[in-house]
Design a protein around this ligand. Structure first.
Ligand code: NAD
Length: 375
């Protein structure tokens, strides 16, 4: 196992990435940090034991012996910074959204191939134990066909959230609640239900005086025929994120913690006694590996109630998401084995295509058909 030297660019959510690297000492080393403020860069370098504290991205590109450039910068900078990082021989980790349109994703994919380096988009919610358990049950053939799903991303963002200048503007944030907040929940949906065939959507700016949408509903018909509704708002005084997946042979329900609903506990319910027994056995096997979820609905209700009580003080506030460590660990494993990263540029492409179709539907009032994806 090799330790990779990382240059961390951007120190908002970047600090959470740093926590993951530090938890994975021996696999990663933070060699440099970069932010626009010299004071923050110096403080972060001191906190993380990084050799270099920089304020200019071009200087990051020139540093010797950097394996990975991790982009935690505002969305409108991602494409050009990622291209520059690939062309100077670095692997890239890039926060969401990687880009606003498919043409930019394709430029990045071409650069990846030409430079022989990887770009790993961040979709850390994929690595949660609850969603992972559902995917394991699917792989074991225990869910049956996907039939219907509901996805709710009901968060609260007040005016102060938009004091950061890049937020709230289409040119710099590249989208609103769907692109910035619901993007992870939509990614989790497509992990379990596959690709989307048709989209109908409405969106509005209803909560704050910004350019981007902050209130939206989306209906999807999936390629396998399953139907989905998504609702996403930044005006919910009680914050939740919830996935409810109806499969032919079971119903999977996430917990409702707004920033970690893909972690456990999830509930998996079957009304067929024999299948429920098989399910319990499979869950016990999976739990032995993953831990931290429950198969019993009654037990789960109690667990969720306790969690919500603990989180009451965080309602209306922003709590950073957890869970970058599993994605970074999986990336280190992939690099060691000379395999593609656990999340690829094609995953970002699928996400960008769907968001583009959603915005097309909002603008035109029409149902939008997606091209068949061959991912
Ligand atoms: N995966 C998640 O759950 C998650 C959560 C929050 C934010 N994000 C994403 O992370 C990205 C950053 O969001 P944030 O909330 O941390 O933003 P932020 O404004 O808090 O931080 C941005 C950082 O980038 C630095 N920066 C800005 N321009 C730069 C430049 N030209 N060169 C170098 N550094 C520069 C700033 O100094 C700052 O440190 C966004 O794309 C956002 O969507 C992802």
């Amino acid at each position: 196992m090799k330790s990779r030297r990382v240059a961390l660019v951007g120190l908002g959510i970047g600090r959470q990435h740093a926590a993951a690297y530090r938890a994975l000492a021996g696999r990663f080393e933070i060699a440099a940090v970069c932010a626009r403020s010299e004071v923050s860069a110096r403080k972060a370098a001191n906190d993380f034991g990084a050799q270099h504290a920089l304020t200019n991205f071009d200087d990051v590109l020139q540093l010797p012996n950097i394996d990975i450039i991790d982009l935690c910068t505002p969305p409108h900078l991602h494409v050009e910074q990622a291209l520059a990082a690939l062309h100077t021989g670095h692997h890239v980790i890039c926060e969401k959204p990687v880009a606003a349109d498919v043409a930019d994703i394709d430029r990045l994919a071409a650069a990846e191939a030409a430079c022989g380096r990887w770009l790993m988009p961040i979709f850390q919610y994929r690595f949660g134990a609850g969603l992972g358990t559902l995917l394991d049950l699917q792989a074991r053939g225990l869910t049956g066909d996907p039939l219907l799903a509901t996805v709710e991303v009901h968060w609260r963002r007040r005016a102060d959230y938009y004091h950061v200048p890049w937020r709230g503007r289409i040119e710099t944030e590249l989208g609103g609640v769907l692109t910035s907040q619901a993007v992870h929940a939509i990614d989790a949906l497509t992990c379990a239900f596959g690709n989307v065939r048709r989209v109908a959507a409405f969106a509005a700016t209803a909560i704050n005086p910004v350019e981007v949408e902050d209130n939206a509903v989306v209906s999807l018909q999936m390629c396998n025929g399953a139907l989905v509704t998504i609702s996403a708002t930044l005006g919910s005084g009680a914050e939740i994120t919830r996935h409810r997946f109806v499969f032919r042979n079971l119903v999977a329900e996430s917990n409702t913690r707004p920033y970690s609903n893909c972690e456990g506990p999830w509930t998996f319910t079957s009304d067929d006694v024999e299948h429920a027994t098989t399910l319990r056995q499979a869950l016990a096997e999976i739990e032995a590996v993953r831990g931290n979820f429950s198969a019993a609905a009654t037990e789960n209700k109690a667990v969720n109630a306790a969690v919500n009580a603990n989180e009451a003080s965080m309602l209306n506030g922003y709590t950073p998401p957890v869970g970058f460590e599993p994605q970074m660990r999986a990336f280190a494993d992939a690099l060691d084995m000379e395999q593609p990263p656990p999340v690829t540029i094609m995953d970002a492409r699928r996400s960008v295509m769907l968001l583009s179709a959603i915005y097309d539907s909002v603008r035109s009032g029409e149902i939008i058909e997606l091209p068949r994806l061959n991912l």
